[in-house]
Design a protein around this ligand. Structure first.
Ligand SMILES: CC(C)(COP(=O)(O)OP(=O)(O)OC[C@H]1O[C@@H](n2cnc3c(N)ncnc32)[C@H](O)[C@@H]1OP(=O)(O)O)[C@@H](O)C(=O)NCCC(=O)NCCS
Length: 184
């Protein structure tokens, strides 16, 4: 039986390892391995995750299996979007970005991602946001399907850089119930 828990300062190395093991899964076919490797080396260091875990503007959560082994993670980033394409697409405030959601391949299709998503959305709600948004590569059909099942809808597009490669993302957003009712 899988479960989730809030990541703590002691989890930085675990998160860096998980991030390195799963990042390529979200890249479109044809992404150059050297660009993936460089992205991982720059972005998924122990220092980077130590900083994320100490940042009150972020929330990281781990998916763990029966024996406590980490098999997935999420990271929320609170605050207004910076990317102009996202600013145009995501109009609810306050909002948070679901910046990362990754599960190890051996645990795909087993319901763990749903458990992790639900707990992460609860984290977002508990911080008072009215919506959560994310970027997902337009060719990542599995993740897009999963996000649709989880209550997200496409609200726009943006680009994502992996080194010199510019990838096309959908921007997806989920607006929480109370905010929807107030807007009506
Ligand atoms: C995204 C992710 C967390 C979803 O978890 P999961 O366990 O795979 O999710 P589920 O199996 O519950 O849902 C995936 C859905 O996509 C479907 N699917 C699988 N492959 C597909 C494909 N090639 N095209 C379309 N749909 C596909 C599945 O059948 C399932 O839908 P269903 O429940 O209606 O049958 C997980 O796949 C993952 O970690 N992927 C790699 C990292 C990634 O892409 N992260 C997102 C970055 S934005």
């Amino acid at each position: 039986m899988v479960s989730t828990r809030t990541a703590t300062a002691d989890d930085a190395a675990t998160l860096a390892t998980l991030a390195a093991a799963t990042f390529a899964l979200a890249c479109p076919p044809g992404t150059a391995q050297e660009h993936i490797d460089a992205f991982i080396a720059e972005h998924f260091t122990l220092d980077r995750f130590t900083g994320y875990l100490a940042d009150p503007g972020r929330a990281l959560r781990l998916l763990v299996d029966d024996d406590g082994t980490a098999i997935g993670y999420t990271m929320l980033v609170f605050g207004d979007p910076i990317d102009p394409d996202v600013l145009a697409a995501v109009t609810h405030r306050p909002t948070a970005e679901l910046s990362k959601l990754y599960v190890l391949p051996a645990s795909h299709g087993a319901g763990g991602a749903r458990t992790l998503m639900e707990a992460t959305l609860d984290d977002a709600r508990s911080r008072g946001v009215t919506s959560v948004w994310l970027g997902v590569n337009q060719q990542n059909a599995r993740a897009i399907r999963f996000y649709g099942k989880s209550g997200f809808a496409v609200v726009g597009t943006k680009t994502f850089l992996v080194g010199p490669e510019r990838h096309d993302d959908f921007v997806m957003e989920q607006v929480f119930g109370d905010a929807l009712r107030q807007a009506q």
